[in-house]
Write a protein that binds this ligand. Structure first.
Ligand code: PNS
Length: 160
């Protein structure tokens, strides 16, 4: 069985993330979506909230599992018997950081490859940071995050 892991901050998950999840689910027998800690970012949502959001928005995808992990991605991949990391790539600005992480992960686990899916054009501008910024100022995030989690995301960010 070919297992892929899609790790990320998912703070919160966006339509761009869901687009990558759907497409990656079609490429692997099983896709594990994993909220993880990015040491360079301060998280606004808890791991539990992110896990619940991701479970809600992937409920219709039978080969997708959601599981958070607090350690090193390379170890998690080994633990779960996965063959690849999946990441979404938006523009040139994402490239340097993603390239660095892919090489670091390869160094930690030689058998591991990172597969990049190009974002769909309509989500090129979208990021969790943009969603948080709009919601904090009371703006409408319809169409930016999956509808199933829109209200919870908006309510949590409104007063933050
Ligand atoms: O959505 P992000 O912020 O680009 O995701 C980054 C993430 C969470 C995948 C990365 O920070 C990560 O892999 N964290 C787990 C700890 C780890 O393995 N760090 C070394 C990465 S080379």
């Amino acid at each position: 069985m070919r297992i892929g892991v899609y790790p990320g901050s998912f703070d919160p998950p966006t339509m761009g993330h869901l687009d990558i999840i759907r497409r990656a689910a079609g490429l692997f027998d099983k896709l594990i979506v994993s909220p993880m800690v990015n040491g360079a970012k301060k998280s606004n949502f808890t791991m539990q909230e992110k896990t619940d959001f991701l479970k809600k928005i992937t409920a219709d995808l039978p080969n997708v599992e959601v599981e958070s992990f607090g350690g090193l991605l390379a170890n998690y991949i080994r633990e779960r018997g996965a063959c690849a990391i999946v990441k979404g790539l938006r523009a040139v600005s994402d490239f340097e950081y993603e390239f660095q992480m892919a090489l670091a992960n390869k160094k930690l686990n030689e058998e591991l490859d990172t597969v990049f899916l190009m974002t769909s054009q309509e989500y090129l501008f979208l990021s969790s940071t943009i969603v948080r910024d709009i919601a904090r100022h009371g703006g409408d995030i319809t169409g930016l995050v999956p509808e199933e989690i829109r209200e919870d995301v908006a309510n949590k960010l409104k007063d933050s």
